[in-house]
Every structure is written in structure tokens, then in C-alpha cells.
Design a protein around this ligand. Structure first.
Ligand code: PEP
Ligand code: MG
Length: 893
């Protein structure tokens, strides 16, 4: 078959749908050619040829002839031959992969120049300096990229030439200087590459093609692909394009243009132009560009033609396009176009503008934006123009921009915030005790822990800015200070700014601008600045499209009425996870302590019945806030020692007391209990359903609180829809035992209150065994909620509290995965367990309700996966609900 394969396409033969084969640049050059736009003639060598080269170390046998035939045709069209002595055709040889990899691969310009043809170019252009400068550039570029000569050597020679002439810019070198420089450059090539600079133009071209192929696998190209998650086996195409020159005098020039403003989305004339220059000069910043609008007065005919072309392109591509063009002596040439990058705000605006213009429909508009962009629009941001002093950098755990005075303990955070101060809570790491301090703070900064550390998860849940694992910052909570690498010391009360979107930590107050999009979701958007209104309207419309088409429902992870109400405003269709342990903190902690320390049934029952009314009140408030919508309440999950004092601190306290001979009885008992409950591996220890099975009455108390709260709401004419969820189940037997007890309690409450509560009981699937035996577990569960945090932890054997800060950076750098599996669901591993559990669960119980409540529920890529495997809903923190709604819509559109 190989011999029938076509490896070279003339620009007239391709089109924009052939990006796999022709790369982005080649496909779009072909598209423009076929639209009749002025593209310098040329041809493209396919990515397939590159793949053959990379696999076998050699070009496909027929490539040389095919390139030869296309070169002949090009020479015919141009009326001159490559490198022809009296009037040379010159070409550029440019890389161009399917996905843009800016500057990562090779390009060589001016191929075809030689000792002979440089004179012909001088003659034809009437500009000797230009000809020798072009030749100089060729040897330099070719020497560096094709022959592997150290580019510094050319730069040094160039600098020496300028110094000898006492000038500072290249343009001050005349033809004579450049001739000398060419001689020197050739010497460098000979000395370094061990061969002469090739004078045969076809040899130049073939070597350049080969070097473009090879540049696919340079270290920096590989690194870039890993970061951008571009597959490594695509290969690059090679574009051979006849050269046009923007540096032939004042009636020439080069520029870039956008069909709309990539920052605002507005239509208009956007771009830059540089007279008498080539593309590289713009990049090098040799002279300042002028706004594109000024081209109108420089060259009206070209300007008008460009405007016309831009309109053609936008209508054709139905999107914002960016363009590179060159004007050679009054003739406009298009060198590149592509659908252009844009800011998050512009993406939303442009999508709705294009709908209004009738260019795209609503389903297409949804594909033009994404959740990451929406998330970006939702966080307050630091003013980009502000001057900053960076102290360090950690993990971007929960986005946003927060400014406040440094405090190093929760007590101070609360005290200061009560007196009206804004504070940043800085800790080595946080624990449940810090909750009130975290609530009081503007933002949280820790020096330890990853994206699923306590600080990160809780902060994301609250929509609070958080930077965690900033290991280069030394936090000393005892002395209430933090030391940055440069030796800068931040004392309590000093102002710091943290950016949860980048992980950067700054000294002092960086100015912040609020998000109009959140004001809108909160229902607080006033018709303020025009700009904001336009953005908010676009977001509003896109969200409406998404809600109309999505199949997945979106619920919130919330455990208090305030969060529940916010979640509702943000569009939540229920609560998918209420973590009841969050209700056992603060002053109730002592009651839990009593429960844990109870020696007798009486003591235990006493502790439980003290907790019951408090739990019930929590649930009444929650069911009221979510009236008419499902609320999944998860029974107590974490290991009990989380509610007890730290083992080291307590040991020291008791030891000191003992040495003073005034140890108190309670402390001694407490220490005993702490020792008894201490676990080496608490995440795999006594937690979840295991607690319910060994602490008599604990789950029953929680179930009673839920049932009584539901009954109370019902009798108050409310519509409570509680679902009881059992955590960390590994086998159906565990669930059966808990269910039996729960069913009895519910029946009792129903009888006592004269209600039919319609409570459902389900389980989390967060252990591999649960997923593997999902068919059996579904016998006893009315719903499954995938706890993908613990499932990821247990499937990979990665401690969710440690690995992100310890070795994930190395894993990411080595490309073992492109993103943390705690952030985006690992489809092949964890995901395949989810998929098979869905199937097995539904096979047992066709009406089984299926959701996910791990952090992945609000992650864009994961939402698409959950749509695909057929879940009924995703549940995520309130602030991520709009993102999940949007992505669920995009997945279904
Ligand atoms: C989970 O494990 O995915 C989950 C939602 O439970 P938690 O994060 O509370 O362990
Ligand atoms: Mg869990």
C-alpha cells in the first residue's frame, strides 16, 4: 500500500479539515488558497512522511521524487527556478503540527540563496544590502537549526561586526559589512559542522525538511507536548512556501491582525504593523510596531484588501481568526491564519455574538467556551498592572485573589476579623480545628499539603482562596512568622497577598478587582459598568443553553444552610454530599469527646442524646434550604481521633502535669483514649461504616436526627427529600447490618410522627472492593455515590493527604500523568472501575440512582466522563456548580 500513499499536497489540494495530515498551518494555507486569497504558492509534506522518517530514520523512498514534482510545478507557477543564478526562487521551510507548538520546532527561511544567486537577488530587488542580509540570515538559521552549530557563535560574530563599525543595530551594517559577515559565517559552519554550507539549493531544501522532521523530537518539543497534553506520535508537517519579503523598502512591511479583539471580543481593527520589516524583526522588537489602523494611511489599497480578507475569513471560519501577513512592494500576501486564542471573557462574548450574527447555533456556541474559562471569570483577580514583590509559590489549591494581614493561628484570625481586619491564615497545614479561622480569613496559605489536603478541600468548598504546599516558605507558628527564600521575614500583622489561581504569594497589598460573573450568579449584579453587563449577559445566555441540553443533574457538596442557599442560587439541584463530621466541630467537639470516652452504656447514651437535638436542628435547616430537592446526608466518616487532641501535645501536657504531681483525671483518661485510638494509617483504619458498626448507637442517633428533622419539615408543610448515605462500604454485609438498624429507627419515627418519610438509603462507592462487588451491594443500596477521592486513593495506593506535595511534581515532570488523578479522574484505572460498577449496579437494580461526590464532580474533563458512563448527577462544591452545569451541557450538546 505504501507506494500509493501521497506524501505531498500542493496548497491548492488541501483544506482545513486535513489538519491531521497537513498540520494546522498547512491545512489553513490550503484553505485560504482555495478561498482565492493571496497566499504565496507552495506545498505541504504530510505528517505521515514525518512519521515514516521518525520510525525508520529515513524519508519514505518516494518522497524525494514527489517533492521534486511539486517543486517543478512551483517553479512553473513562479516562472523561476529554486536558486536560479540571475533571479532565484526562494522558499521557506516551516514546521507545522496539528496543534500549535509555537517556536518549539524548526523553520528555515530564504532557502535557495548561494554565492551565485545572492547576486541575482541583489540585481532583481535592486537592493544589494537586502540580498546579502538575506543570505547572512540563511546561513545563520541553517547553520544553527540544520547543522547544529551553536547559535551564539553567529551572534558573537554579528556583535563584533557591529562593534567594529561602532553601531548598535543590524540595519546600520551595509552590503559590504554583510558580505564580510557571510564569509565569516561560512567559516564558522565549516569549523563547527565539519562541512561547507551547501551551495546546491535542492540539498539545502532536503536537509531543511529533514531537520524539521527531527525537531519533532527535541527535548523542548517533548516537554511542551507533555505540558499541553499533545500526543507524542502525531509528527509534524513541513510547509514549503515561496518567500515574500516585507523588508524591501517603505512600501513593504509585515504585520499581525485579529478579526476581533482577542481581549474583549469586540469587532474592529486589531493588530500591529511594522513597515519595511520581516516577521522575525517584530519578534525581536528591533523597532516599534504601529497599530494596524495606521496601515490605512501608509498603504490604503493593501489595507482595504486586508479588511475585506478578514471579513471573508471570519465568515468562513465562523470564529475569531488571527492572521500573519506581509506586504511586498504594495502587494499583500497572507502567510498564516488560524482560529485565534482569546481571553475567557472574550470567548463568552464572541460565542454569543456569533449566534446573533447567525454564524453558529447554540450547540456550537457551547463548544466555543469551557468550564476553565468560566471558573477564571468567577474569581476576583489581582490587577495585572500592579507592581508586585513575590515571596514564593505553592500549589494553586483554590482560586481567587486574597489580601490580608498575616496571622498564624485560628484564634487570632477570628479575633482580628471580628474587629474588622482582613486576615490571611498562614499555617504549616490546617486541621478541622482551624475551620472557624479559615471561615474568618480572606484566604489560607499553608506550607505543606497538596490539592486534596484539608486546607485545599475545605477552602474550595467555601470558595475561599487557598495556596497550599508553599514549601519554600518557612512557617513558624510558635514565633508567629514566616520566612521567604530571600530571607524576607513576614511577622504577624504584615500584609500579604495570595493568588489561588497561580499559587503565587506576594508581599504587601496587591490591588484586587471583583468578578461581575459571581455578582450575577449571586443575584447581586447591578447594571454597573457596560463592559461587565455585556459579559454577564453572554454568560447568562450560554448557561441557559447548557441547562437546556444537559442530561446530568448538578448537586452541591454542602453541609450547612448558608452553603445550601448559595448552591441553589448557583443552580444546584440538590445536595449530593452533606459531610456530617463538619457538624461535630467547634463547641460540639466536647460532646464527641464524651462519646468517645464513655465507659458505660449510660454515659454513651447520655452523650448521644446530647448530640441528637443539635444534629436534628442542622438537618431541619438544611432540608428547609433545599426544600423540594434531594439532600444526601452521609453518616459520620472520619476516624474518631480527629475529634481528640493531638497525641504529642497531650502527652507533653500530661507529662509536665505529672512531674508537678497535679495530673488531672480527665487528661489521663483522654490520653488513654488517644493512645487506644491512635492508628498508623488512619485513612485505612476505623472510619466510615466501620465506626457505625463498632460504636453502638452512633449511626442510629444520626438516622434518628435525619428522620425526625424530615418529619418536622413534613409536618410544617415542607417537602424534605432526604437520602441517607453510608460511607466506606466494602461489602454488602456491612450495608445490610446498618440498613436493618436504620430501617427500624425510621419506622419508629414515622410511627411516632404519623409521617411517611420516603427516606432512601444508599452507599458510597469509594473502595475498590465496593466497585468490584457493586452488583451485590446494589441489592442493599437504593443509590450509589462514587467517592472518587477515596477511590483514587485506594486504587492507586496514593495517600490523598501527602502525595501531591511529596512526589507528584516529579511524576508530572516525568510525564507519568499529565494531571493529578485527584484532580481529573483517571479514566483508565479509577474510571474503568466506575464504569463497571455502574453496569453491575444497574444490572441488579435498574432504577439505581447514580452520582459522584468526590472532587472530580466539579472538574470539567471528569464531568464529560461521568456523562459518558451514564451517571445521573455530579455533586461538587457550590462555587463549582456553574462550571459543572456548563460542562454537563457541553458534554450533551
Ligand atoms: C470521597 O472519598 O470521594 C468523598 C467524597 O468523601 P471524602 O472526601 O469526605 O472522603
Ligand atoms: Mg471518602
Amino acid at each position: 500500500l505504501q507506494h500509493t500513499q501521497k506524501f505531498v499536497y500542493d496548497f491548492t489540494e488541501g483544506n482545513r479539515d486535513l489538519k491531521d495530515l497537513l498540520g494546522g498551518k498547512g491545512a489553513n494555507l490550503a484553505e485560504m488558497t482555495n478561498l482565492g486569497l493571496p497566499v504565496p504558492p507552495g506545498f505541504t509534506i504530510t505528517t505521515e512522511a514525518c512519521k515514516v522518517y521518525l520510525e525508520s530514520g529515513d524519508e519514505p523512498a518516494e518522497l524525494r521524487d514527489e517533492v521534486g514534482a511539486h517543486l517543478d510545478a512551483l517553479q512553473q507557477t513562479m516562472g523561476k527556478k529554486l536558486g536560479q543564478a540571475d533571479d532565484p526562487l526562494l522558499v521557506s521551510v516551516r514546521s507545522g503540527a496539528k496543534f500549535s507548538m509555537p517556536g518549539m520546532m524548526d523553520t528555515v527561511l530564504n532557502i535557495g540563496l548561494s554565492d551565485e544567486s545572492v547576486a541575482g537577488l541583489a540585481q532583481q530587488s535592486g537592493d544589494e544590502r537586502f540580498a546579502w542580509d538575506s543570505y547572512r540570515r540563511l546561513i545563520q538559521m541553517f547553520g544553527k537549526t540544520v547543522l547544529g552549530v551553536d547559535g551564539e557563535l553567529f551572534e558573537e560574530a554579528l556583535d563584533d561586526a557591529k562593534a567594529a563599525k561602532k553601531v548598535t543595530v543590524d540595519t546600520d551594517l551595509d552590503a559590504g559589512d554583510l558580505k564580510k559577515l557571510v564569509k565569516q559565517f561560512k567559516k564558522i559552519v565549516k569549523a563547527e559542522a565539519g562541512r561547507d554550507f551547501p551551495q546546491d539549493p535542492r540539498e539545502q531544501m532536503d536537509l531543511a525538511i529533514r531537520s524539521v522532521f527531527e525537531s519533532w523530537n527535541t527535548d523542548r518539543a517533548k516537554l511542551y507536548r507533555r505540558q499541553e497534553r499533545i500526543p507524542g506520535d502525531l509528527g509534524t508537517a513541513v510547509n514549503i512556501c515561496s518567500m515574500v519579503f516585507g523588508n524591501l523598502g517603505p512600501d513593504s512591511g509585515t504585520g499581525v491582525a485579529f478579526t476581533r479583539d482577542p481581549a474583549s471580543g469586540h469587532q474592529g481593527v486589531y493588530g500591529d504593523y511594522l513597515q519595511n520589516a520581516q516577521g522575525e524583526d517584530v519578534v525581536a522588537g528591533i523597532r516599534n510596531t504601529v497599530p494596524l489602523a495606521e496601515l490605512e494611511s501608509i498603504d490604503k489599497a493593501s489595507y482595504d484588501q486586508l479588511m475585506q480578507i478578514m471579513e471573508t475569513l471570519e465568515t468562513h471560519y465562523k470564529d475569531l481568526c488571527d492572521i500573519e501577513f506581509t506586504i511586498e512592494r504594495g502587494q499583500l500576501w497572507m502567510l498564516q491564519t488560524r482560529v485565534g486564542k482569546r481571553t475567557a471573557g472574550a470567548a463568552f462574548r464572541i460565542a454569543t455574538q456569533l449566534v446573533d450574527q447567525g454564524l453558529i447555533d447554540e450547540a456550537e456556541a457551547l463548544q466555543r467556551v469551557n468550564g476553565a474559562q468560566l471558573a477564571q471569570l468567577m474569581f476576583p483577580r489581582f490587577d495585572e498592572d500592579a507592581k508586585v514583590e513575590q515571596l514564593g509559590r505553592g500549589i494553586a489549591a483554590s482560586p481567587g485573589a486574597a489580601v490580608g494581614k498575616a496571622v498564624f493561628d485560628s484564634y487570632t484570625a477570628i479575633k482580628w476579623s471580628r474587629s474588622g481586619e482582613k486576615v490571611i491564615l498562614i499555617r504549616r497545614e490546617t486541621n478541622p480545628d482551624d475551620l472557624d479561622g479559615m471561615i474568618a480569613a480572606e484566604g489560607i496559605l499553608t506550607s505543606r499539603g497538596g490539592k486534596t489536603s484539608h486546607a485545599a478541600v475545605v477552602a474550595r468548598g467555601m470558595g475561599k482562596t487557598c495556596v497550599c504546599g508553599a514549601e519554600d516558605l518557612e512557617v513558624d507558628t510558635k514565633r508567629r512568622r514566616m520566612t521567604a527564600p530571600g530571607g524576607v521575614v513576614i511577622e504577624e500583622g504584615d500584609l500579604v497577598s495570595i493568588d489561588g489561581s497561580t499559587g503565587k504569594v506576594y508581599l504587601g497589598e496587591v490591588p484586587v478587582v471583583p468578578s461581575p460573573v459571581v455578582e450575577y450568579f449571586e443575584g447581586r449584579m447591578h447594571a454597573g459598568a457596560d463592559d461587565a453587563d455585556e459579559l454577564v449577559q453572554a454568560v447568562h445566555r450560554i448557561m441557559a443553553y447548557a441547562d437546556r441540553v444537559r442530561r446530568l443533574r448538578v448537586r452541591a457538596n454542602a453541609d450547612n444552610a448558608e452553603d445550601a442557599l448559595r448552591a441553589r442560587r448557583f443552580g444546584a439541584q440538590g445536595i449530593g454530599l452533606c459531610r456530617t463530621e463538619h457538624m461535630f466541630l467547634g463547641e460540639r467537639r466536647e460532646m464527641v469527646e464524651r462519646l468517645i470516652l464513655a465507659d458505660t452504656d449510660d454515659e454513651r447514651e447520655g452523650a448521644l442524646s446530647a448530640l441528637l437535638p443539635l444534629q436534628k436542628k442542622d438537618f431541619v435547616e438544611l432540608f428547609e434550604a433545599m426544600d423540594g430537592l434531594p439532600v444526601t446526608v452521609r453518616l459520620l466518616d472520619p476516624p474518631l481521633h480527629e475529634f481528640l487532641p493531638d497525641i504529642t501535645e497531650l502527652s507533653v501536657r500530661v507529662a509536665l502535669a505529672e512531674s508537678r504531681k497535679d495530673a488531672n483525671e480527665n487528661d489521663l483518661r483522654l490520653l488513654q483514649a488517644v493512645h487506644k485510638l491512635h492508628e498508623q494509617n488512619p485513612m485505612l483504619g476505623l472510619r466510615g461504616v466501620r465506626l457505625g458498626l463498632v460504636i453502638p448507637g452512633l449511626f442510629a442517633m444520626q438516622v434518628r436526627a435525619i428522620a425526625e428533622a424530615a418529619a418536622e419539615r413534613k409536618n410544617a408543610k415542607g417537602d424534605p427529600r432526604a437520602e441517607i448515605m453510608i460511607p466506606l462500604v466494602g461489602t454488602v454485609q456491612e450495608l445490610e447490618i446498618v440498613r436493618e438498624e436504620a430501617d427500624a429507627v425510621i419506622a419508629e419515627v414515622e410511627a411516632a410522627t404519623g409521617t411517611d418519610l420516603k427516606l432512601t438509603i444508599g452507599t458510597m462507592i469509594e473502595l475498590p472492593r465496593a466497585a468490584l462487588t457493586a452488583g451485590q451491594i446494589a441489592e442493599a443500596a437504593q443509590f450509589f455515590s462514587f467517592g472518587t477521592n477515596d477511590l483514587t486513593q485506594t486504587v492507586w495506593g496514593f495517600s490523598r493527604d501527602d502525595v501531591e506535595a511529596s512526589f507528584f511534581t516529579a511524576y508530572l515532570e516525568k510525564g507519568i500523568f499529565g494531571v493529578s488523578p485527584f484532580e481529573t479522574i483517571d479514566k483508565d484505572g479509577v474510571g474503568s472501575l466506575v464504569r463497571s460498577a455502574v453496569e453491575a449496579g444497574r444490572a441488579t437494580r435498574p432504577d439505581l440512582k447514580l452520582g459522584v461526590c468526590g472532587e472530580h464532580g466539579g472538574d470539567p474533563e471528569s464531568v464529560h466522563f461521568f456523562h459518558e458512563v451514564g451517571l445521573d448527577y455530579v455533586s461538587c462544591s457550590p462555587f463549582r456548580i456553574p462550571v459543572a452545569r456548563l460542562e454537563a451541557g457541553r458534554a450533551a450538546a
